[in-house]
Design a protein around this ligand. Structure first.
Ligand code: ADP
Length: 396
């Protein structure tokens, strides 16, 4: 039976899931880590089993080949030809890609060209596609873009107040990310509520390692917190989010670090990890808070504040909000963050029911809350799978 592989290819990692097309079932999920480094390995999860296989994987081609061989070894597929389509997560689609596409050489070249705007992401994303084109030459390769969902932003929302030339010549603008997650949430909410996506305005908080918020009006993104790159917006695991751009010059004058070094610190050594001095992992932060660590408490105060201020600004854009949805690692699991964020909205009549919130239930608001608040686990892989199904149907 035909199967669809969904791949999220990073610079040194590769996450994947294999779907059975007829049943939509996930047959196996896995992760390759440390591609191009020493001690690389493949982890697989299937039929309640977990397997870790060590193997030297110097590049993405070897990693994909090893992963496919393991599917045969563990009897998940008999022949890799059963994989008739592959869906690839691509972070940056620029203004060129406003929907998922079947990838040929022309599209692949464009994905590499757009790497200018997302070098850390589009290059490995492109490599994943290129290798699949070689190893599975008969399969349909579909690129699904993180930026796609935000191509509905109006110029008043996506342009920065900088010289117009920067946009006209260099395409400096907000692109936004996590679009696949937002699309999944919007469509899932419509399914759960048995409504059309057009009937709902939402504020969605995608709080993972990378984190952003999105205001959706009638199912479309009208504002989002990430910008030209994923560095913009709210505070994240290791990213600062928005800061005064003058900090670059000031820190350079104080430390001698150049733009590249400062950008790296803002991406990798800031946010929850940088401020707390503990970790980017929220579980570690909770443990430290319980011990009374004051730096961590302040870090969490700032984290909450950044989310609340963003939610506030989205209320003004949307006017009417039907639901606030929390998703991704922190949004789905950390009741304390949801509680503290919504506490700041109590004055608007938005209220949580503590037991429901503590149990991570689907609806966590109280019956008399002015706006429904939900916890909805995101599933970007499934959304990519759905996009692949849609494109294969269109082609047949
Ligand atoms: P990404 O996909 O961006 O890497 P995730 O959506 O997996 O990120 O979210 C990772 C974050 O979620 C980390 O801060 C992690 O600590 C947090 N997280 C995940 N599960 C839990 C949990 N059960 N309790 C507390 N925090 C959690």
């Amino acid at each position: 039976m035909n199967k669809t592989l969904v791949i999220n290819s990073g610079s040194s990692s590769l996450k994947f899931q294999l779907f059975e097309n007829q049943t939509n079932e996930v047959l196996i999920a896995g992760l390759v880590e440390r591609i191009g480094m020493d001690m690389s390995y493949l982890k697989l999860e299937f039929n309640d089993k977990k397997v870790k296989l060590d193997k030297d994987m110097p590049n993405h081609g070897v990693a994909i080949k090893f992963m496919l061989d393991s599917l045969i070894e563990y009897n998940i597929v008999k022949d890799i030809k059963e994989i008739t389509s592959v869906g690839h997560r691509v972070v940056q689609g620029g203004e060129y890609f406003n929907k998922s596409v079947s990838v040929g050489q022309e599209e692949l070249n464009k994905i590499y060209e757009l790497a200018e705007l997302a070098p850390l992401h589009n290059v490995p994303n492109g490599k994943g596609i290129e290798e699949c084109m070689k190893i599975l030459p008969d399969a349909l390769n579909v690129a699904v873009f993180d930026t796609e969902f935000h191509t509905t932003l109006e110029p008043k929302s996506f342009l920065y107040p900088v010289p117009k030339l920067w946009y006209d010549e260099y395409k400096v603008r907000k692109y936004g990310m996590h679009g696949t997650s937002y699309k999944y949430i919007v469509e899932k909410m419509a399914e759960i509520k048995n409504k059309s996506v057009d009937d709902m305005n939402m504020i969605i908080c995608h709080l993972g390692n990378g984190a952003s918020l999105c205001a959706t009006e009638k199912g479309k993104s009208i504002q989002t917190s990430m910008g030209l790159t994923p560095l913009d917006g709210i505070m994240m695991g290791t990213r600062s989010g928005s800061i005064d751009p003058s900090i670059f010059e000031y820190v350079n004058s104080k430390t001698g670090m150049d733009i590249k070094e400062i950008t790296k610190v803002l991406n990798k050594e800031s946010g929850l990890a940088g401020m707390s001095g503990v970790s980017s992992d929220f579980r570690d932060l909770i443990a430290e808070m319980e011990k009374g660590n004051e730096d961590v408490k302040l870090t969490v105060d700032i984290y909450v504040n950044r989310i609340v201020e963003t939610i506030g600004s989205y209320f003004f854009r949307l006017k009417k909000v039907d639901a606030i949805v929390f998703t991704a690692g922190i949004g789905e699991n950390v009741a304390m963050i949801r509680d503290r964020v919504i506490a700041e909205l109590n004055f608007l009549g938005v209220k949580l029911e503590a037991t429901k919130n503590n149990n991570n239930e689907l609806v966590i608001s109280s019956d008399d809350s002015s706006i429904e608040v939900l916890v909805l686990p995101t599933n970007e892989e499934y959304q990519i799978y759905k996009e692949v199904q849609r494109i294969s149907l269109e082609r047949n």
